[in-house]
Design a binder for this molecule. Structure first.
Ligand code: SAH
Ligand code: AVI
Length: 785
């Protein structure tokens, strides 16, 4: 085992005299080759596992591949590591790195250098099936990092991970896109084994190659110099040398093809003519028909959402995903999750990214996940923080904690549990927000005047209601009660976002600009902004909205997926041809608008917006201020210099509309937004952050990005009922319907929206002057041919 921390290079595993030379595999490795050849050559279609490609001359041929102009993955991953190594060190907090399928560990040096710089690296373990590259790699690394215990292990990562030292503090690195060389089921199995191996809070760094233009993919895997062909053919040499087979390499030709459906590059060797190959040591004669193919390798390509989903299913949460400048390759840092996936854990001093596995459900676990996440949001706030109200629209954190609890008490416990005694009748008055059907309530603008109940009493209110809810849920409530609970959980998630946007306002009016989160985001330097591209839509009759969340009896029913009543019913809308921007408007572009007199030219503004600007001296987005070095922006992590590549946030509808006019464009309607979003990636697994992030590269030109997870996007649509809209029955019917006047719809979701809460049909709404929510701008224009 390699968990002894000696300071010289250690070498373990399948070592034998002469190991590394062709034809001299150690006995258990040889046994594995025998098994694989026997099985692979007698199955149909014929195939061999890709690990054997690297034996003999294979490792060196692979090195040559990585230097080819056409083969971009190594360069792309190296560029990501060069730019983000320090972030990976800081975010992972690791002090031991284990690299699987390490090869020469060439790129790994970038990361190890960053660890070494902060004297953080106690141990580095490289694991590879093939000894050749591994041996020289660890000798070099041991010399380069004398304070680190460097060791190498030859093993099959699919079979034996026993060399991985115990935690805590481990970072498992699986680079190069090697995961794509496994079959999908093997991929999931391996990720699950990684998760089993790691303790909660430890990390995995995963390199994945992304789906892209098939022409580029095929060039990378069928290069003009024939290096890849030689690499793939080398597997025949490995079988010849180790098992005495008589494959004639000239009687096979290399083939690579792109399977667009499976999103996999398939590589293989095609038999030139009908032939028989003898493998005497196995007592086998293998027949190949003319044109028959032996599959030597697959190289699966990924979408970011797919990577996140696979990691999530295995028990990881994505901490951060980085792409190279061309958007070819992704490096994902993922953390081993604990028992429960919660949205709020990131606020306990960790990087602000945590993901649920989708929308909350009315199970006991689903209930607790959401309730815990809310409390986690309050954890880094003092009682004073939780009590203040900086304007009438903002509510104190402790009021949100009480109100979300009241919701369950008022709508689930009181009507559905005869004999249920509310803990405090006064709370029914204090924590009712706007439900006329639930009786009188405390004035909204005066919520910040209440020193009592204090945070401790509200916490015990939450606990009391949680205990009652637990009993209700354990009793197996009828469907309509489950539906109420599910509504309550989505309602509470909305308040999780409100807690953050409200506390940002409360802290933002404080001249000391205090930070909500201790987390200091490692802000990479601003990149050049991607030029805005227009995504064209031909228009015509489209359907938008969701099916009604009710059953045939008209009762609330979310069994086919949760939606609010205002998202339904699904209906037809006629669209004229239009184009929509592929990304959000940036702060840099907003500065240009300001410098061009955007806030001084009445002709750009709606009358109400102009008047509001004058009345409130609005001349920049909310939270912008001039610092000594230029514009600064207040964030949940305190005041920071303005980054010109990040999306503009905290602008009113009026500002968004004026900007669009200045830019020679307009805002999209909500139907236009949804018609485009319906064609894009679904949003379920968006990472959460405390601040909107710059656009990332996309795979294709004009692919809409930043639809979710950065800022809510103002639409030009008034918040109106859809045709045939029906509010939910009963008191909860007041939830959405009665606000359908004088407000505008916003689409997407923001950096502080809980994971699992966003969807293409979601209709957020605010009055046109509001800018304390995380609101931003996506442009649209009429389609001109
Ligand atoms: N990580 C390096 C090397 C990638 S090449 C990079 O990113 O450049 C893939 C490496 O994985 C090879 O060195 C190969 O020997 C190793 N490998 C392939 N299958 C393996 C298996 N089943 N177990 C262990 N190592 C394996
Ligand atoms: C190691 N692995 C990620 C390479 C790839 O891109 O799939 C192997 C390779 N095969 C041919 N070229 C490169």
């Amino acid at each position: 085992m390699t968990n002894t921390h000696t300071r010289g290079p250690e070498f373990e595993g399948a070592k034998a005299a002469g190991a590394g030379q062709t034809g001299a595999l150690q006995s258990d490795v040889l046994a594995a080759l025998v098994r694989d050849v026997r099985e692979g050559l007698s199955s149909l279609p014929k195939s061999l596992p890709s690990r054997w490609l690297y034996e003999g001359a294979g490792s060196e041929l692979f090195e040559l591949i990585t230097q080819l102009d056409e083969y971009y993955p190594t360069r792309a991953e190296r560029a990501i590591l060069a730019e983000h190594a320090t972030e990976i060190v800081l975010m992972s907090g690791a002090n031991r790195v284990i690299e699987l399928g390490s090869g020469t560990s060439e790129k790994m040096k970038l990361l190890l250098d960053a660890f070494n710089k902060v004297d953080r690296l106690d141990a580095f373990v490289a694991l590879d099936a093939t000894e050749q590259a591994l041996r020289s790699a660890i000798e070099e690394l041991a010399e380069r990092y004398p304070r680190t215990a460097v060791s190498g292990v030859t093993a099959d990562f699919n079979a034996d991970l026993s060399c991985v030292p115990p935690g805590p503090g481990r970072l498992l690195a699986f680079l190069g896109g090697t995961i794509g060389n496994l079959e999908p089921t093997e991929q999931s199995r391996l990720l699950t084994r990684f998760a089993d191996l790691l303790d909660e809070g430890e990390h995995l760094l995963l390199g994945t190659d992304l789906v892209k233009d098939p022409g580029r993919l095929l060039a990378a895997y069928d290069d003009s110099q024939g290096v890849t062909a030689a690499f793939e053919k080398n597997v025949l040499d490995v079988v010849n040398a180790n098992l005495g087979a008589d494959f004639d390499l000239d009687r096979f030709e290399y083939v690579a093809r792109w399977d667009a459906q499976a999103e996999v590059v398939e590589m293989g060797l095609r038999s030139l003519g009908s032939q028989d190959v003898a493998i005497p040591s196995l007592g086998l004669s293998v027949h190949f028909n003319d044109g028959e193919e032996l599959r030597t390798e697959i190289s699966a390509k990924f979408h970011l959402a797919g990577v996140t989903r696979e990691l999530s299913l295995a028990g990881f949460v994505v901490v951060e995903q980085w792409l190279d400048a061309d958007g070819d390759f992704a490096l994902t840092l993922a953390r081993r999750a604990g028992g429960r996936a919660t949205v709020g854990r990131y606020l306990e001093g960790e990087r602000p990214v945590e993901q649920s596995r989708g929308a909350p459900t009315a199970s006991l676990q689903g209930y607790h996940e959401v309730r815990d996440a809310t409390e986690a949001l309050a954890r880094c706030l003092s009682a004073e923080d939780q009590t203040i109200q900086s304007m009438p629209d903002v509510s104190p954190t402790k009021w949100h904690l009480g109100h979300t609890t009241w919701f369950f008490e008022q709508f689930a416990l009181i009507p559905r549990w005869s004999g249920y005694q509310p803990m405090n009748d006064g709370y029914l008055y204090l924590f009712n927000s706007y439900y006329e059907g639930a009786g009188l309530r405390h004035a909204r603008a005066e919520r910040g005047l209440l020193s009592r109940p204090g945070v401790v009493e509200i916490k015990s209110y939450r606990q009391t209601v949680d205990e009652a809810m637990e009993k209700l849920l354990l009793a197996g409530p009828p469907q309509e009660v489950s539906a109420l609970v599910e509504l309550g959980l989505h309602h509470e998630q909305q308040h999780q976002e409100l807690i953050l946007m409200d506390i940002k306002h409360a802290l933002g009016v404080n001249p000391l600009a205090p930070s909500y989160s201790q987390e200091r985001s490692v802000a990479p330097s601003a990149r050049s902004v991607f030029p805005l591209e227009w995504v064209g839509h031909p228009g015509g009759l489209v359907e938008i909205g969701a099916e009604r969340p009710t059953n045939s009896m008209g009762s609330m029913d979310f069994t086919s997926g949760f939606v609010f009543d205002n998202e339904a019913p699904r209906h037809q809308v006629w669209l004229e041809p239009f184009s929509i921007a592929d990304r959000l408007v940036t702060t840099g572009e907003w500065l240009e608008f300001m410098e061009d007199g955007g806030y001084e030219r009445a002709s750009l503004w709606l009358a109400d917006g102009w008047a509001l600007n004058q009345a409130e001296s609005r001349e920049a987005p909310l939270y912008w201020s001039r610092g000594r070095e230029g514009w600064e922006v207040f964030t949940l992590s305190g005041r920071q210099p303005l980054r010109p590549d990040e999306p503009v946030a905290h602008v009113s509808y009026y500002e968004a509309d004026a900007f669009a006019r200045w830019a020679g464009a307009r805002l999209p309607t909500e139907a236009e937004w949804e018609a485009v979003a319906a064609l894009a990636q679904p949003p379920e697994f968006m990472p959460v952050a405390l601040h909107p992030r710059p656009a990332k590269p996309t795979r294709f030109k004009s692919e809409p990005r930043q639809l979710y997870g950065e800022v809510w996007q103002w639409t030009s649509s008034s918040y109106l009922p859809y045709p045939r809209f029906e509010p939910l029955r009963g008191m909860v019917g007041e939830y959405n319907g009665k606000f359908m006047v004088g407000q505008h719809v916003l689409r997407g979701s923001s950096a502080i929206t809980p994971p699992g809460h966003a969807r293409a049909t979601y209709r957020n709404f605010f009055p046109p002057g509001a800018r304390w929510p995380f609101t931003g701008v996506r442009l649209a224009k009429d389609f001109c041919i």
